[in-house]
Design a protein around this ligand. Structure first.
Ligand SMILES: Cc1ncc(COP(=O)(O)O)c(C=O)c1O
Length: 384
């Protein structure tokens, strides 16, 4: 398989598999147990937390583990609303991942209000709209660092300045930014940040939430005193150790992603837009993470295209949600002003440090053939 769907998930790095299996073969005790084996597991977990905090330049006490970024995002919203019970409004963007969007929809059902910040045609955050939404009743602003579909980066420094001037809590979903741009949480005054391991060649089912010291916090998952009372449930030791190893590799590979992989992505875009008439790159003029491209082919439905690419051994995606096995038109592209029809004609390729030049050449070759085939079929069905 030529794997070009790294924003969906990534291959677990061999170094990660190694540390996880070494750990799992030797240890199984509960880290809350008082006998030596339990304490050893506790030490592994705390060492991993320390390693990650060092890489993110944050204090160890501010990072706790979750089952993934979906839980981290849900926790951040839940915590903010419960910390400020008189404030009934969330401000978020129209292009967030469903793990923010759907909880927001559920909060609306429960009587809260949500203000959705619009984006421009090229996918950048409408900062003036955000500014006007920062009223006294806002409990939290939640925005993503990088968009999972288009790769467009939001100016989190600027957002943080504006939101913190008003004394409002700021949550950032950093899932697609980690390992793709240099991140340093010491410089940006964000309060809560979500992370996920499986987007950076770590294991699935493990994530983290950063909660800046002094930020009020209410846990979502209750039932034990693990993670200093911030997230109940026996810790996923192997997952945590794998996550720390993956983050270390991700930080090491950031510069390669921003040079070699960015060049590959740019070549891919150039080759496709030159070869396939009418195709265009979404968010091209914006600052973007270096591994992602979202390409619209206005007369070709994404679903059959992706199925046929898959049959040729090429894994790509549309980036948008798959509901009961049918692709939904992308809400991100619709927020950028595309019609429903156009928003279902977009494919996303997302590369990683394991992507090679040959993969890109092969993907372009196959894509050209399939598109031309689909176009011939489309024309035939029109004439019939
Ligand atoms: C931007 C963003 N946020 C959150 C998530 C959810 O992460 P997880 O799979 O760890 O729950 C994803 C996964 O696709 C994502 O791309």
């Amino acid at each position: 398989m030529i794997y070009l769907d790294n924003n969906a998930t990534t291959m677990v790095a061999p170094e990660v598999t190694q540390v996880m299996s070494d750990f799992s073969e030797r240890y199984y005790s509960n880290p809350s147990s008082l006998y030596p084996e339990g304490k050893k597991v506790r030490r592994f977990i705390e060492d991993a937390r320390e390693q990650m905090a060092g890489l993110l330049r944050i204090s160890t006490r501010t990072l706790f583990f979750t089952s993934g970024a979906t839980e981290s995002n849900n926790t951040a919203l839940h915590s903010a609303l419960n910390s400020f019970p008189k404030k009934k409004r969330i401000v978020t963007s129209q292009v967030e991942h469903s793990s923010i969007k759907q909880p927001c929809d559920a909060f609306v059902q429960a009587g809260y209000e949500v203000s959705w910040v619009s984006v421009t045609k090229t996918g950048s955050l409408n900062i003036e709209a955000l500014r006007h939404m920062l009223t006294d009743d806002v409990a939290v602003v939640s925005v993503m660092w990088a968009n999972n579909e288009t790769g467009v980066l939001f100016p989190i420094d600027e957002v943080a300045r504006i939101v913190k001037e008003k004394g409002i809590l700021l949550h950032v979903d950093a899932v697609q930014a980690v390992g793709k741009i240099p991140l340093s949480l010491e410089k940006v005054p964000v309060d809560l940040v979500s992370f996920s391991a499986h987007k950076i060649h770590g294991p699935k089912g493990i994530g983290a939430l950063f909660v800046r010291e002094g930020t009020p916090f209410h846990p979502l998952v209750l039932g034990g005193q693990q993670e200093r009372g911030r997230r109940a449930g026996t810790e996923n030791g192997a997952g945590i150790i794998g996550f720390a190893q993956a983050l270390q590799l991700a930080v090491k590979h950031v510069s390669e992603l921003n040079t070699r992989v960015r060049d590959l992505r740019d070549d891919l875009e150039r080759s496709i837009t030159q070869a396939i008439e009418g195709s265009f790159v979404n968010g091209e003029s914006e600052p973007r993470i270096p591994n992602t491209t979202s390409i619209t082919i206005p007369d070709v439905e994404a679903e059959p295209l992706l199925i046929r690419l898959g049959a040729c051994g090429i894994a790509a995606s549309s980036g948008s949600a798959c509901l009961t096995s049918a692709l939904e038109p992308s809400h991100v592209l619709q927020a950028m002003g595309h019609s429903k029809e156009l928003a279902s004609r977009v494919i996303r390729f997302s590369l990683s440090c394991y992507s090679a030049e040959d993969d890109i050449r092969e993907a372009v070759k196959k894509l050209k053939l399939i598109v031309s085939d689909i176009r011939k079929l489309n024309n035939k069905s029109v004439t019939i």
